[in-house]
Design a protein around this ligand. Sequence first.
Ligand code: ADP
Ligand code: MG
Length: 394
Amino acid sequence: MKLDVNALRYLSKEDFRVLTAVEMGMRNHEIVPSELIARIAALKHGGTYKVLKNLLKHKLLHHDASKYDGFRLTYLGYDFLAIKTLVNRGVFSAVGRQIGVGKESDIFEVSNEDGTIMAMKLHRLGRVSFRAVKSKRDYLQHRSNSNWLYLSRLAALKEFSFMKALEDHDFPVPKAFDCNRHCVIMSLVQGYPLVQVKQLQNPDTIFETVIGLIVRLAEHGLIHCDFNEFNIMIDDDEKVTMIDFPQMVSVSHRNAQMYFDRDVECIFKFFRKRFKLTFELLSDEADDKDVHKDDNNSRPKFSSILPISGSLDKELAASGFSKKDQENLEKFIEGTLKDSKSSDKADIDDDSDLDEDDEPNDTDIKKFESLGLIKQVVSRVYYSTNHLSMSMFS
Ligand code: ADP
Ligand code: MG
């Protein structure tokens, strides 16, 4: 999705007041009645209606008059609220180009006033399955587990908390800087997703490192659940960084073993195919001629993992979300993980964008297309956008 932050420059205090009023109304309305927005925003002389028109023009809101006159936030509207909050906090001051698009997120570069470039992940849970949600849209749809605002916020909070905890335990993850609404700010990984890497100096070492990470995560009570070549970054020194944590589960999850085995299997498969490593295979692959048949012993076994004391899963369960939140998020994410080995590999449903008629269309975005550009030095561009953004955000 295109994120044109230029519009931020033109937005007044009143605009943000009304935008926030819509957000508040969405806690228990899928479409917030206009009168309710006006009541919450409480602008003088009926000013809310004029502001609503302006927000609509900038595609920050969607108008819906099918059942009654009302509005809801678009992704862009929600993005602006999060961006403004984080800019006000001084976390960053400019938004740069998009560096990644996942099934359920958009990643942009952002920079702070020192010119430090970071990564901003905007969670978009429900982007893929929104069509189903939309058909159920109804008056007073209470905050439900299909509400994209709620799910995206939850995914961001979970990702942020997990990233922080993992970093504290010396896992190679981006540094988590801040989080607001559906937005996570983290350090920019100077590397490429493994899927783009055609050659490695030391594939065996990387393989061992990566498998070692799955095991160490499990020892800490966690399973990544989407551990694959899209969520492992490699830099020029072949240093590994793992990313993408909203779907992680505890080793006490009822499907823990299956998720663990699947993560392991993904890595074995990928390294065998891409880097021609040879090791044992599951029985369904054993027919493959060029496969070196081996015993099953080199594969880490979930049952033989010994959790260390003070597991992260318990620590996180105690700190982060309510059990209910966690369950809702899991229910949703499990649905998206079930159909494919990797949620990252699933295509973005062309027709599933939140706003078919009023938002930029996703169809033209080729997955990961801009990732090859990560290496380019963009600080110059940043300084100029910085200037723009500074004035727009002040
Ligand atoms: P999704 O949940 O949508 O798969 P990811 O967190 O995996 O989102 O991010 C999508 C892509 O964006 C990644 O494959 C990666 O290329 C890029 N990306 C994500 N986080 C970073 C980061 N911190 N630094 C650099 N690139 C990143
Ligand atoms: Mg990913």
